[in-house]
Design a protein around this ligand. Structure first.
Ligand SMILES: Nc1ncnc2c1ncn2[C@@H]1O[C@H](COP(=O)(O)OP(=O)(O)OP(=O)(O)O)[C@@H](O)[C@H]1O
Ligand SMILES: [Mg+2]
Length: 255
């Protein structure tokens, strides 16, 4: 099946505010889908509904035919859906290498019994994971930075590190919340190329982003949300050349 996530008739109100009003869309396997729209359109709320941070009033979210509605964030994550946050949430004092290494799931070293009874297996796995972490860091362009503290990296490097962590987690779908905010010039081009390369290698991503250049360069499909409704969807060209959508976007106060 090529639809990895199927969102149907999702709705969420906060008191009198109808943040999401019956939204339906699909996220296709191995594609980059972007969710765009003016401030307050409901984009982050949709992420929160998919990942279990918020409970939907109505509707459903299917992930490989499994209903996610009602699951907790950790249950959703365990099924293979990872999420990054705009504020990055890195541990400033951890090294770059450690930040990636702790992101690998199911580590023997997390189990006290394995530490006691199988110390050699734990050490062997740690060596393998260190090697894998180095490969990932090389792939995103952070070779040579392994020993630096995450907090010492430039903002653009920190963004690359969050992607490295997603790669280590190995989730089927990545929900990326404004992954390119604050990037411009070369750093934006480099980041867009990295993300596109990962998608070309089979990774599925759903991106919320105000940086429309990134959206245009990376997306296969764009969902345009306005006032809690899916106003339009299409190829990046179709969406960004549409005058009505341009006016709505600008009218939303997005700069
Ligand atoms: N926890 C909450 N309590 C009350 N209202 C909320 C809450 N979260 C979001 N809202 C409201 O729901 C609407 C949609 O907000 P949301 O954050 O999903 O928009 P967004 O599309 O992510 O906007 P932005 O581009 O500015 O991040 C807004 O009117 C917002 O004020
Ligand atoms: Mg938001």
């Amino acid at each position: 099946m090529s639809d990895l996530l199927v969102v149907s008739d999702l709705a969420k109100s906060f008191g009198g505010i109808k943040a999401v009003r019956g939204v339906s869309f699909t996220v296709r396997r191995g594609k980059a889908t972007s969710l765009v729209g003016p401030n307050g359109a409901g984009k982050t709320t949709i992420f929160n509904l998919i990942t279990g941070s918020l409970r939907a009033d109505t509707g459903s979210v299917l992930f490989e035919d499994r209903e996610l509605r009602g699951l907790s964030p950790s249950q959703v994550a365990r099924l293979g859906i990872s999420r990054t946050f705009q504020d990055l949430r890195l541990f400033a004092t951890m090294t770059v290498l450690e930040s990636v290494m702790v992101s690998f799931p199911d580590q023997l070293g997390d189990r006290p019994t394995a530490l006691v009874f199988r110390p050699r297996a734990v050490r062997r796995q740690e060596r393998q994971l260190r090697e894998k972490a180095r490969e990932i860091l090389a792939q995103v362009g952070l070779s040579g930075q392994e020993g630096r503290r995450a907090g010492e990296l430039s903002y653009a490097e920190q963004k690359l590190l969050t992607i490295s962590r997603s790669m280590a987690m190995g989730a089927d779908v990545w929900l990326l919340d404004e992954p390119a905010s604050g990037l411009d010039g070369d750093t934006l081009v480099q980041f867009a190329a990295l993300l596109r390369g990962l998608v070309d290698n089979g990774q599925t991503v759903l991106i919320v982003e105000h940086n429309l250049r990134l959206v245009q360069e990376v997306s296969d499909w764009v969902l345009f949300l306005d006032q809690g409704r899916l106003k339009a969807e299409g190829s990046p060209e179709e969406i960004f050349q549409n005058k009505e959508l341009q006016d709505i976007y600008m009218g939303g106060g997005v700069v």
